[in-house]
Design a binder for this molecule. Structure first.
Ligand SMILES: Nc1nc2c(c(=O)[nH]1)N[C@@H](CN(C=O)c1ccc(C(=O)N[C@@H](CCC(=O)O)C(=O)O)cc1)CN2
Ligand code: GAR
Length: 250
């Protein structure tokens, strides 16, 4: 799994393009995906790319768990994993992860079911380019076990958020959300399954915006096409993000 191929060879005069010269396509945006589990969100990205619905390329899949089934969804050269528990400190694992991720030269890093808190140094190194999909309507239910907690709290609505990653857990600017109803007979697993169904189109839709250079982190705010988002984009029933959301401010 390597980075960009840099042609250090040719030093002669560059051929001037003319009408007969086909345009050189810009390289596809490079995605590094961090996983810890089965990888259904990773698969959603891979499927969208294969179907021509996401103009990007997965350049590496990274895990803290060598046995993570998600790793099997990509060819071996794209896989990197180390047992995080085998490292003396969290910082040492994070440092090894950062070196491996940097070597892939990603444009974006997507936490897709990645179950480790990233250290401050890792976040700082890639700040503004790290996204996470979190199974709750943030800022509600940061952390783990979100479905059980939402049920225990008697929520009638639940869902998923995609946000920028900052050092504080699940506290980064929220880019987009998708909502599902909580049913009277829901248990954590049935609610999780319903949420997962909207996670996949939501993640693809946000990564599509990121890959197209349309979103950016601006402090605690998300910029969409240079305009601040004051409320997260919402996934509609057709799997598209509502860009018509009213934007106040310049
Ligand atoms: N610095 C950040 N790192 C990560 C974030 C983030 O927002 N900031 N998002 C997470 C993903 N995540 C929820 O969406 C999450 C991941 C891990 C944990 C957690 O408590 N992990 C424990 C280990 C749990 C386990 O092994 O079962 C830990 O790291 O000690 C909570 C939420 C990705 N990283
Ligand atoms: N705190 C992070 C977290 O809980 N992420 C959640 O883990 C699952 C991973 O599924 P996947 O491995 O099939 O994509 C997804 O539901 C994702 O939202």
């Amino acid at each position: 799994m390597g980075g960009r191929d840099i042609d250090a060879g040719s030093r002669g005069p560059r051929a001037q393009p003319d009408a007969s010269t086909p345009p050189i396509p810009s390289p596809l945006p490079r995605l590094a995906v961090l996983v810890s589990g089965r990888g259904s969100n990773l698969q959603a990205l891979l499927d969208a790319i294969a179907a021509g619905h996401l103009a990007a390329q997965v350049v590496g899949v990274f895990s803290d768990r060598p046995a993570a089934p998600a790793l099997q969804r990509v060819p071996a050269p794209l896989r990197w994993s180390r047992d995080a528990r085998a490292f003396p400190t969290r910082a040492e694992f994070d440092a090894a992860l950062a070196v491996a991720v940097a070597a892939a030269q990603p444009d974006w890093i997507v936490c897709a079911g990645y179950l480790r808190i990233l250290g401050d140094d890792f976040v700082a190194r890639f700040r503004g380019r790290v996204l996470n999909i979190h199974p709750s309507l943030l800022p509600k239910y940061r952390g783990l076990h979100t479905h059980a907690r939402a049920l225990a709290a008697g929520e009638r609505e639940h869902g998923v958020s995609v946000h920028f990653v900052v050092p504080e857990l699940d506290a980064g600017a929220v880019i987009a959300q998708a909502r599902v109803p909580v049913l009277a007979d829901d248990e954590a697993d049935t609610l999780a399954a319903r949420v997962l169904q909207v996670e996949h189109p939501l993640l693809v839709a946000v990564v599509r915006l990121a890959a197209a250079g349309r979103i950016a982190e601006h402090g605690a705010t998300v910029l969409l096409d240079g305009h601040p988002l004051f409320t997260p984009l919402q996934l509609d029933s057709t799997g598209h993000l509502d860009h018509s959301e009213p934007r106040s401010g310049p």
